[in-house]
Design a protein around this ligand. Sequence first.
Ligand code: AHM
Ligand code: MG
Length: 333
Amino acid sequence: MKTLGEFIIEKQSEFPHATGELTALISAIKLGAKIINRDINKAGLIDILGENGESNIQGEKQMKLDVFANETLKAALEARGVIAGIASEEEDNLVIFGKDRATEGKYVVLMDPLDGSSNIDVNVSVGTIFSIYHRITKIGTPVTEQDFMQPGHKQVAAGYIIYGSSTMLVYTTGCGVNAFTYDPSIGVFCLARENLQFPQLGTTYSINEGYYSKFPKGVKKYIKYCQEEDETTHRPYTSRYIGSLVSDFHRNLLKGGIYIYPSTAQYPNGKLRLLYEANPIAFLAEQAGGKATDGFRRILDIEPQQLHQRTPYFVGVKSMVDDADRFMAENQD
Ligand code: AHM
Ligand code: MG
């Protein structure tokens, strides 16, 4: 049995110049995850379910747990002192940390504290997504928006926590993907899977087909392709959609599948946010031998223009995303 703490220290010693700051940062996320996990588990027992009456900058209703998860992670990250500031789905603007953190902190963190939160009230799995960058402005000067607006290929680490039938933390620092299961009886995350890779062949597709009539032609044709019979490619594929990106991605990573949230007539840029949903999951996907695009371009190459910008999203087993991209290229409206 190996704990997440032990694993991180072991990996850190493989880098001769490591200062332990990234280790401190990941343990802050680990601590936040434990607190969020505790409160999600007793969510039906205390007055924490439901909406809080406010909306976030994207006009979406905030749930009490969204806000709680945001405050928890923010406090855990600020307390470590190595982070200059954060950006979050639940914060309209950047949150720059006080004292000398804004000038001395080496890292910035972008996060979706509680993804899929519309599922919370019905006991369906939700997740936390995080993305970590080195700041690019000089240490000693105040951190700026530029530090947060880096393309995804510059991430130094990314991951998610899935609060499911068990709670798992899955993360990468660019040397493969590792997964840890939380044992609540002893309060530690234990190594469950080292160097996770997508299966070679995928047979699951995940998309909200309720919006079918609003999808671009390429996506409609790809869905039909998934449903056709073909023995060599094991079609028809099976359809699974939880409506919680972390959970859908996690299942597809283990079982082999593709997740799609394309542009729709209502959302021309899709629904998912580039910086704290699409990028971190894309980093994990590539590290696990998969692929992530917006239907045409590699997600990790997109130069961000806005903090809360959205992107169409295709992520999963490489051959499946290749097929979907081909349908997109051949069927431009
Ligand atoms: P959220 O961050 O507000 O929870 O929104 C993101 C979520 C994803 O987890 C999920 O895949 C998608 O929205 C579901 O959207 P829809 O209900 O339109 O299918
Ligand atoms: Mg989200």
